[in-house]
Design a protein around this ligand. Structure first.
Ligand SMILES: [Zn+2]
Length: 144
C-alpha cells in the first residue's frame, strides 16, 4: 500500500497510517452502538415474517434500494454519504460528523445493494485519484 507513513509520534512502533486505521476502527465500533443506527433499522422494519432460510419467524427489513425484504443478518445500515477517509488529524472532524450523522442520513441496504454501492464508490475514488484520467476511461471503470 503506497509509501510508508512516518512513525506515530506517541507510539513510534506504529506508523501514522496504522494509528489512524486503529482510530477509524474504534470509531466505527462506537458507531455500531449509535442510537440513530437502530432508529434507521427500526424505520426499515416490515415486522416479523418467516425467514426463508431458517424457517423461523424473524424481523425483516426493507432494502432502500431494491425494496426486497431481508432478515437482519442479510442487511447493512449504510451511510448515504460515506464517512470518508481518516488519515490525519485534519480528517477527524469531518469524519466524525459524517459517521455520527442523523438517522435520515442512514439507510438499510441488503448485502448485494451495499456491495454494489461500495464498489462504485471505490471506483469513483480510484478515478478521482488519477489526475491523468480525463473521463475517457470511465466507460470501463463503471461497466459491470
Ligand atoms: Zn437490496
Amino acid at each position: 500500500m503506497g509509501r510508508k507513513t512516518p512513525p506515530y509520534k506517541n507510539y513510534p512502533q506504529w506508523t501514522t497510517a496504522r494509528f489512524f486505521t486503529f482510530l477509524r476502527s474504534a470509531l466505527r465500533q462506537a458507531w455500531s452502538r449509535y442510537p440513530p443506527k437502530y432508529e434507521a433499522q427500526k424505520a426499515a422494519s416490515v415486522g416479523k415474517m418467516r425467514n426463508k432460510k431458517t424457517g423461523r419467524q424473524a424481523e425483516h427489513f426493507e432494502c432502500a434500494d431494491c425494496h426486497n425484504v431481508f432478515p437482519q443478518k442479510e442487511t447493512h445500515v449504510d451511510h448515504i454519504v460515506d464517512a470518508g477517509t481518516l488519515r490525519c488529524y485534519e480528517d477527524i472532524q469531518g469524519f466524525i460528523e459524517r459517521l455520527f450523522c442523523s438517522k435520515y442520513d442512514l439507510q438499510v441496504l441488503c448485502h448485494d445493494c451495499h456491495k454494489t454501492k461500495t464498489d462504485s464508490e471505490r471506483k469513483k475514488k480510484i478515478a478521482s485519484l488519477k489526475p491523468e484520467n480525463d473521463g475517457a476511461n470511465q466507460g470501463d471503470l463503471f461497466s459491470v
